[in-house]
Every structure is written in structure tokens, then in C-alpha cells.
Design a protein around this ligand. Structure first.
Ligand SMILES: Nc1nc2c(ncn2[C@@H]2O[C@H](COP(=O)(O)OP(=O)(O)OP(=O)(O)O)[C@@H](O)[C@H]2O)c(=O)[nH]1
Ligand SMILES: [Mg+2]
Length: 269
């Protein structure tokens, strides 16, 4: 629980048998996590046994892909505050406190893995990945004229339930480039969001996507096409109209202490 709100952690899993247990236990050890939901996406054998040694709940997604897996885990979460992460040892469970601290003012808190002070030895964030993520993030930031983004591939992020429920019907991507789709739907909904720097560690086991230059390049290009086409659609009037600025309210009075602020800020162009 965090200030009277329940907290869910959701983890997609594919090839993280050797790190998933420690990751789940790390999240429970924070003392603020009420449930961990793991989505087994045809994961390597032995994964379910590792999950069974913990208090996490396992759900299954047969359609192969990061997007399918994360979407299933998100839909199975019951918390008021939902934190997505990865069980490959790259994220720091205690960083949940940074996300929660910002959840006081923001409905969605995105993480970034490109702050050089928090990229630890062995982390898969070399020049190409760091500046590639940064460039695509800046492209998205510019097209939406929104707050600072420095990463488009960071799974670790927090969403308040009302935002997740509003944007969920518009999820269409099942592949690895699902992350930016969620970012754009959040922006389009007018929810208050921010991006904050998170620790990024060396992965346990083999990277299945961004460890390979050509796969990473393809993923980056898919993200650019997705971002461009979404923005063009919204400019031409074909964006999801019912979602547009549903969370935006005109700037209200100063909130009371501990009152969650919703709406306000600049409306989405
Ligand atoms: N590669 C892959 N990952 C999946 C799949 N389904 C779920 N995932 C999850 O997606 C996340 C990303 O996969 P990783 O292998 O960590 O990818 P990576 O190369 O480290 O890329 P980043 O984490 O984006 O830097 C992991 O948490 C996986 O468990 C799938 O079908 N393929
Ligand atoms: Mg990873």
C-alpha cells in the first residue's frame, strides 16, 4: 500500500528464469507492493517453478511478443497504482519509491534508462542504444510538444488505474515497440505525466532484442513509423477522439496536502 492505495507490479517474462525470483522478491521486499503479476509468454522451462517459489501470481499469454505479454499482465493487475517492469535484473526494485513519490503529482510516471549517472557497469546502454532512444524520444517530444522524454524503450513506468483503463482499449501493438504506443495514448488522453531517471543494470542472461544491432535498428525504425503515423492520424482528425484530453481539466485551485492532482497543465495540441 502507498498512502492508502494498492500497488501492483506487472512483469512480462520470456527468458528470465535465472533472475525472475530475485526480481519478484525484491519488489515484495520494498514493503509497498501488494501484488506481483507475471505474464508467462511461452517462457523458457523452469520459469513457472521459479515464480511458484514466490507470492507472485502467474498468468499466461500464448501470443508471442513483448506487447502481448505486457498487455496481458496489465489487464490482470488489480492495484490502484500499477508499475510495469522487467524481471531480467536490469531494473532496481527500490526505484519504485521514486515512481511512487511522483505519483503524488502525476497520473503516469515514465522511467528513463539514459541518464549516464545511473547506467551501471555492464548495462546494455552503449552509445547507439542511448542516443537512439534519446533521438526517438526527442522526436516524440517535439511532435507532441510535451514534457521532456529521453527514452522510448524503458518498460519500468507507473500508471494510475484510471489512465490504464482509459487507454487500454486503444492498445494494438503486440511486438517490442508497444512502449511508445502507450506513451502516445497517455499524452493524447491529457493525463499528467513525467519522465524520471532510473537505475539501469547489466542484464542476467541473454538479451533477446536490443543485444543485436540490426534488431535494435529495426525496432527503432518501427517506433519512428508508429510515432509518425499516430501523430499524422491525430492531425488529420483520425485519432481516437473519445480519448482526446479526457483527463485534462482547466487549472484548478491549489490542491490540499496529499490530494492527488489530476488534470491541469497544458492541454494536448
Ligand atoms: N524478446 C522477447 N521478450 C519478451 C517476449 N515476451 C515477453 N518479453 C519480455 O520483454 C522484455 C524485453 O525483453 P529483453 O530480452 O529484456 O529485451 P532486451 O533486449 O533486454 O531489450 P530492452 O529490455 O528493451 O533493453 C523482457 O522482460 C521479456 O520477458 C518475447 O516474445 N520476446
Ligand atoms: Mg530487458
Amino acid at each position: 500500500m502507498w498512502h492508502g492505495q494498492t500497488v501492483s507490479v506487472v512483469l512480462p517474462t520470456y527468458n528470465e528464469k535465472d533472475s525472475i525470483r530475485e526480481c519478484i522478491e525484491g519488489f515484495f521486499a520494498t514493503g509497498v507492493v501488494d501484488e506481483v503479476v507475471v505474464c508467462n509468454n511461452n517462457a523458457v522451462s523452469g520459469t513457472s517453478e521459479e515464480i511458484a517459489k514466490t507470492r507472485a501470481r502467474e498468468v499466461f499469454e500464448p501470443r508471442q511478443g513483448y506487447g502481448w505479454s505486457l498487455r496481458k499482465a496489465l489487464s490482470a493487475a488489480t492495484g490502484d497504482l500499477i508499475v510495469a517492469s522487467e524481471p531480467d535484473g536490469t531494473f532496481e526494485p527500490n526505484d519504485i519509491f521514486k515512481l511512487l513519490a511522483y505519483a503524488q503529482d502525476f497520473q503516469v510516471v515514465f522511467g528513463s534508462r539514459t541518464n549516464s549517472s545511473l547506467i551501471w557497469a555492464g548495462a546494455n546502454m552503449g552509445l547507439f542504444l542511448k542516443w537512439g532512444n534519446w533521438a526517438v524520444a526527442k522526436y516524440l517530444e517535439f511532435l507532441f510538444n510535451t514534457h521532456q522524454f529521453t527514452d522510448v524503450g524503458c518498460t519500468m513506468r507507473l500508471l494510475r488505474r484510471e489512465v490504464l483503463e482509459a487507454i487500454q482499449p486503444y492498445f494494438t501493438i503486440g511486438d517490442s515497440y508497444f512502449g511508445p504506443q502507450m506513451m502516445m495514448l497517455v499524452l493524447w488522453s491529457g493525463a499528467r505525466s513525467i519522465e524520471i531517471p532510473l537505475n539501469y543494470y547489466e542484464r542476467v542472461g541473454e538479451s533477446m532484442v536490443t543485444g543485436d544491432f540490426w534488431k535494435a535498428l529495426k525496432l527503432g525504425l518501427q517506433m519512428i513509423v508508429l510515432i509518425t503515423s499516430f501523430r499524422l492520424k491525430t492531425w488529420l482528425g483520425f485519432g481516437p477522439r473519445e480519448l482526446h484530453n479526457v483527463f485534462h481539466e482547466s487549472r484548478g485551485p491549489r490542491p490540499k496536502p496529499n490530494q492527488v492532482r489530476t488534470g491541469a497543465g497544458q492541454p494536448n495540441p
